[in-house]
Design a protein around this ligand. Structure first.
Ligand SMILES: Cc1cc2nc3c(=O)[nH]c(=O)nc-3n(C[C@H](O)[C@H](O)[C@H](O)COP(=O)(O)OP(=O)(O)OC[C@H]3O[C@@H](n4cnc5c(N)ncnc54)[C@H](O)[C@@H]3O)c2cc1C
Length: 401
C-alpha cells in the first residue's frame, strides 16, 4: 500500500447522480458543441450561443457551493464536466473551466464579501473571470514573479505584465499575483500577494493573443497592468502569503486538467477505433491487423488507467483527504502524457487522413500537448509528488528546486 495505508484509500466514489449528470453534459455537448467543433477550430472562436447554453444549464456553477450561486457538487462533478466537453472540444472545456482558477482561491482564502460579490456572478455565468499569474520571467517558478504591488494609503498600485492568460479577452474579473514585499531569508515564496482586479480598472489592458499550437478558440492573452489601483479589501488571503494561495489553487484545479486529458484521450480513441473498423486495406478492416489491434489495446489500457487515477484523485479531494494533492499530480502528469500518446497513435491509425486537419484528429495531439504544460508542467508535478510524499509521510522538507 505504501505510500497509502489501506485499500479503502483507493476507493473511487461514483454515484447514479454522477452518471445522470454525465448524460446531461453529453447531451449538451452533442447538441451544441459537436456540430460546431470544426468551426471553432477553423475560426478560432467559440460561438456565444455555446456560452449562453452553458449558462442556462448552470454549467459555470458546477463545483461551486449553492450559497455562492453554484450548483454544488465537488471535484468529481467538475471532472465529469471537463472530460465530457473535452472529448469533443478541449477549447470549450478550458473556456468553461478557467473560471475555477478565479473562484477556487476566493472560495478557499477569500472573505465572505468577496465570495458574494465576485464568485456569485461567475458561478451563474453572468460574468467571466481569469487567473493572471504567469509572467515572461516565470511560470513554474511562482516565487520569482516581478509584478509589483505598492501600498498607498488604503489601496495598492499594481504594475507588471502577465502572459498566457486564458480567458483574458472575455474576463470581467482577474485574480492577479504581485510582489508586495521582498522575500525573507530562506523563504523565497514570502512577499507575494493575490488581488482581485476588475477589468475596467484604469491601467489594466488586455494585449496580444498568443499563437499557441492548440486550444484553437480559447488561446491565451497577455495582460498589462500599468499602475492599476486596487482597494486593500480585494486582497485574497493573507498579505505576503499569496504563494500559498496560488499553489493551493493549482492543487485543486489540476484534477480538472487530468479530466480534460482523459476527455481528449477518449475522443481520440473513439475516432481511431471507429476508423479502424471501417477502413479496409488488403481486403480486410485494418482492425484485423495485429499492428492496429495492439495499438488500440494499448490506447485503451492507458485511457482507463488515466480515468481511474483522475476519478480517484477527485474522490480524495471531495473527501477532504490531503493526500489528494499527490493523487492529483499523479493523475495530471499521467493522464496528460497518455493523452498525448493516444492522440499520436490515433493519427497513425488514420494514416494520411490523420494528418489532414479536416479529419479532426490531429487537433487532439496539439491540445494534449498543452495539457502537459499548463497548470503546472509535468516536471513540476513529479517534484510535487515526491515533495508531498516526504512531507506528509516522513515530515521531511527537502529543498528540491
Ligand atoms: C495555452 C496556455 C494557457 C495558459 N493559461 C494560463 C492562465 O490562465 N494563467 C496563468 O497564470 N498561466 C497560464 N499559462 C501558463 C502556464 O501555466 C505556464 O506556461 C506553465 O506553468 C509553465 O511555465 P513556463 O511556461 O514559464 O515554463 P518554465 O517554468 O520556464 O519551464 C520551462 C521548462 O522547464 C521545466 N522546469 C521548470 N522548473 C523546473 C524544475 N524545478 N525542475 C524540473 N523542470 C523544471 C518545465 O517543466 C518546463 O519543461 C498558460 C499556458 C498555456 C500554454
Amino acid at each position: 500500500m505504501f505510500p497509502f495505508e489501506s485499500i479503502e484509500d483507493f476507493k473511487v466514489e461514483l454515484t447514479e447522480e454522477h452518471e445522470l449528470f454525465r448524460k446531461a453534459v453529453r447531451q449538451f455537448v452533442e447538441q451544441y458543441i459537436e456540430p460546431r467543433a470544426m468551426e471553432i477550430e477553423k475560426t478560432d472562436r467559440i460561438p456565444d450561443e455555446i456560452f449562453e447554453k452553458a449558462k442556462e444549464l448552470g454549467l459555470f456553477g458546477v463545483g461551486i457551493p449553492e450559497e455562492y450561486g453554484g450548483q454544488g457538487g465537488g471535484h468529481v462533478m467538475e471532472a465529469i464536466l471537463m472530460e465530457e466537453i473535452s472529448r469533443v472540444s478541449p477549447a470549450v472545456g478550458t473556456a468553461i473551466a478557467v473560471r475555477a482558477l478565479f473562484t477556487t482561491p476566493i472560495l478557499l482564502f477569500g472573505t465572505e464579501e468577496q465570495k458574494k460579490k465576485y464568485v456569485v456572478p461567475v458561478a451563474r455565468g453572468e460574468k467571466f473571470a481569469a487567473h493572471a499569474n504567469t509572467e515572461p520571467c516565470c511560470g513554474s517558478d511562482v516565487a520569482a514573479i516581478q509584478t509589483r504591488a505598492k501600498k498607498v494609503n488604503d489601496h495598492y498600485v499594481i504594475t507588471g505584465r502577465k502572459i498566457f492568460i486564458t480567458g483574458a479577452d472575455k474576463a470581467d474579473y482577474f485574480v492577479v499575483s504581485a510582489r508586495t514585499s521582498p522575500p525573507k531569508e530562506g523563504k523565497r515564496w514570502w512577499g507575494i500577494t493575490v488581488f482581485i482586479v476588475e477589468r475596467d480598472t484604469p491601467g489594466l489592458k488586455v494585449g496580444q493573443r498568443f499563437n499557441v499550437t492548440g486550444l484553437r478558440g480559447e488561446r491565451p492573452h497577455e495582460v498589462i497592468l500599468d499602475e492599476v489601483k486596487v482597494p486593500a479589501e480585494n486582497i485574497v488571503g493573507p498579505v505576503d502569503q499569496g504563494f500559498k494561495v496560488i499553489v493551493t489553487t493549482y492543487d485543486h484545479t489540476r484534477v480538472g486538467i487530468a479530466a480534460q486529458a482523459v476527455g481528449i484521450a477518449q475522443g481520440a480513441f473513439e475516432k481511431a477505433f471507429n476508423y479502424a473498423l471501417q477502413r479496409q486495406a488488403f481486403g480486410r478492416p485494418i482492425i484485423s491487423f495485429e499492428g492496429i489491434a495492439f495499438k488500440l489495446a494499448d490506447m485503451l489500457m492507458m485511457l482507463e488507467a488515466a480515468r481511474l487515477l483522475t476519478y480517484w484523485s477527485a474522490t480524495l479531494a471531495d473527501r477532504g483527504d490531503k493526500r489528494f494533492i499527490i493523487a492529483a499530480s499523479l493523475a495530471k502528469a499521467y493522464a496528460t502524457e497518455v493523452a498525448e500518446k493516444i492522440a499520436n497513435l490515433a493519427i497513425k491509425i488514420h494514416g494520411g487522413v490523420g494528418v489532414d486537419i479536416e479529419t479532426g484528429v490531429e487537433r487532439y495531439l496539439r491540445d494534449a500537448l498543452i495539457t502537459t504544460i499548463y497548470e503546472g508542467a509535468n516536471d513540476i508535478q513529479r517534484l510535487t509528488i515526491i515533495r508531498q510524499l516526504l512531507k506528509n509521510l516522513f515530515g521531511l522538507s527537502i529543498q528540491m528546486t
